[in-house]
Ligand binder design. Structure first.
Ligand SMILES: Cc1cc2nc3c(=O)[nH]c(=O)nc-3n(C[C@H](O)[C@H](O)[C@H](O)COP(=O)(O)OP(=O)(O)OC[C@H]3O[C@@H](n4cnc5c(N)ncnc54)[C@H](O)[C@@H]3O)c2cc1C
Length: 431
């Protein structure tokens, strides 16, 4: 590595940063990965489901030692009121895409180690405060202690891309494009988890819940993932809807894990982690507000807003890895051509047009739908649980037909059947 200049500096050893570092190092490029946490993953939060096609793309056939917790093969979707819940339980013997629960502290440090083994220089405990910009070209980074020069900087610093923001390369995340996520990890013996979820060791469960778990806040829901000997459980809520509802996140966080439909799964568990984090959930229109490249500069993962929130699932980890790969490939091409111009680096946007941007475009309306559909998170969960409850009720009075029972419950919830059908149709098109 030359003394005065490094070919690529990457900010942040999350999934995007470490993936880019691994790819660049494998291609024999000089790469430095700078992480503010004391170790990769020490500051990272995630609900915990990773689609492994992204790992396969990054390191084909070479991730068998990845610290994956359990392979998800049972999916639960729960609608709940304060007292009742209705769960759709799906078990798949095989799927076309595999996903696993992961714990970020171990997974991120494994990926950063892989990058280091491949030849990247990993520097933990160092915060990048700003970028060095000369004549409109990004030429390196400024940390608390020194300035380091590079041909290209890849910004993978996560949702708060402060270094890029300070250099005027990206806009501040707007509250209307952000959700807040809280996550707890409870440790429990492996056998207890197997018994509670009716799975075998190695098999995992993903549960998504909507309704009373977030007091019906729009764009809000809870998640639960089984790890080998722990359970990740948390909630996500749209920041603007949360503010408008007057519900305080601290109250939600205290009460949601005590909800009877969820608390039975974590009962007796030891709390080993609690964290909160923003999610850039604005989708395609939010990503389009910023440029993904500038002379000597590329931005990847959450820093670029590459996340989708479909209401029942948040996906950002695989997009972080894929965008890290694309940023690295673009940087490799630029280094080989000794051309770090905006035009050369614009190839990055073209590469992202595959899975990442197409997905964001397809789901462009999902953010608006989940944050603005009035009855989605309160009334419809109550309606669905109410219908089921009434159908299973037998009293000392004549039975009503199923349709009549449904219509009566609908009337009780003060929604029109036409309105509900319209919302369902719009949901089908947006999610
Ligand atoms: C509660 C919650 C649940 C989620 N659930 C899922 C899920 O189940 N599946 C899924 O796919 N996605 C999920 N996501 C989204 C996913 O976590 C993110 O999309 C993903 O972590 C983005 O990776 P990244 O590498 O871009 O950023 P990050 O993982 O945030 O990594 C950024 C790194 O940069 C470092 N850093 C930041 N600033 C600096 C600086 N100035 N200098 C040096 N280092 C810096 C940070 O310490 C960090 O290590 C969830 C998110 C939350 C909050």
């Amino acid at each position: 590595m030359s003394d005065e200049k490094i070919q690529v500096i990457i900010i942040g050893a999350g999934l995007a940063g470490s993936a880019a570092a691994y790819r660049l190092a494998k291609a024999g490029k000089e790469v430095m990965l700078v992480e503010k946490g004391s170790a990769a993953g020490s500051k990272n939060v995630s609900g915990g489901r990773l689609y492994t096609y992204a790992l396969e793309k990054l390191m084909p056939g070479e991730w068998s030692d990845a610290p994956l917790e359990r392979k998800i093969n049972r999916e639960l979707m729960m609608l709940m009121t304060a007292e009742d819940s209705l769960t759709i339980d799906s078990t798949f013997s095989s799927t076309e895409s595999d996903s696993y629960s992961v714990l970020r502290s171990s997974f991120d440090s494994w990926l950063a180690d892989k990058a280091e083994e491949a030849g990247a220089m990993v520097i933990p405990g160092t915060t990048v405060e700003n970028l060095i910009v000369r004549n409109g070209k990004v030429c390196g980074i400024k940390t608390e202690e020194e300035e380091l020069e590079s041909d290209i900087v890849i910004d993978a610093e996560g949702v708060n891309a402060l270094a890029a923001e300070r250099a005027g390369l990206t806009n501040k995340l707007s509250p209307s494009d952000a959700a807040v996520g809280l996550k707890y990890v409870f440790q429990l013996p492996e056998e207890k988890i197997n018994d509670r979820f009716n799975v075998e060791s190695g098999q995992g469960v993903a549960m998504l819940a909507a309704g009373a778990c977030t007091r019906g806040v729009n764009g809000g829901g809870a998640f639960l993932y089984t790890n080998r000997d722990s359970i990740s459980i948390g909630l996500v809520a749209d920041t603007v809807s949360l503010k408008n509802s007057g519900v305080k996140i601290v109250d939600l966080s205290n009460e949601f894990i005590q909800h009877p439909s969820l608390s039975r799964y974590i009962e007796g568990g030891k709390l080993v982690e609690y964290s909160a984090h923003l999610i850039p959930e604005g989708g395609f229109h939010a990503v389009s507000k910023n440029k993904l490249y500038a002379p000597g500069f590329l931005i990847a993962g959450d820093a670029a807003g590459l996340v989708v929130n479909r209401g029942f699932t948040v996906r950002g980890m695989d997009y972080a890895i894929i965008s890290g790969i694309h940023a690295a490939d673009t940087a490799i091409e630029a280094i080989d051509a000794n051309d770090f111009s905006e035009q050369k680096l614009s190839a990055y946007a073209g590469r992202l047009q595959g899975v990442v941007m197409k997905d964001l475009k397809t789901l462009d309306k999902s953010h608006d739908y989940i944050t603005h559909t009035k009855y989605m998170f309160k009334t419809y969960p109550a309606l669905a649980t109410g219908v089921m409850k009434n159908l299973y009720t037998a009293k000392d009075e004549p039975l009503k037909g199923a349709m009549k029972t449904i219509m009566q419950t609908v009337k009780g919830q003060k929604v029109s059947l036409f309105g509900a059908a319209k919302d369902a149709f719009k949901g089908g098109r947006s999610l």
